[in-house]
Design a protein around this ligand. Structure first.
Ligand SMILES: [Zn+2]
Length: 114
């Protein structure tokens, strides 16, 4: 499952950070997830709990910042919110739209217990 490997990856990185700091455990893991990243957040949250078992992140909280999709028209340069990859410019109706935001999937912060 896609979300399972994402969860494993995130928890793995977070645990290494916590180890480096010599922290006994992790309290919060914060993620930036773009709406166009192709990640099902409910599924990710579900996987997260099982991935955390037996690691420094056990019983930690997963915070997800959802990032809206933004696109810019290559033809006329206008910027607008988008919710799919098949975006059309609302100004000139061009299909040549570059996605400028919304594909993020990154670990933003790890909060550890002292
Ligand atoms: Zn346009």
């Amino acid at each position: 499952m896609h979300e399972m490997s994402i969860a494993m990856n995130i928890v793995d990185i977070a645990c290494k950070e916590a180890e480096k700091e010599g922290a006994p455990s992790i309290s919060i893991i914060e993620l930036d997830v773009g709406k166009l990243a192709g990640v099902m957040i409910d599924s990710l949250k579900f996987c997260y709990d099982s991935v955390c078992k037996g690691t420094l992140a056990e019983n930690s909280k997963l915070l997800i910042n959802e990032i809206v999709g933004r696109g810019q028209c290559i033809k006329c340069g206008s910027e607008f919110d988008i919710d799919s990859f098949m975006a059309i410019c609302p100004t000139c109706e061009s299909y040549e739209v570059e996605i400028t935001q919304g594909r993020e999937l990154k670990l933003k912060a790890v909060t550890v217990n002292e």
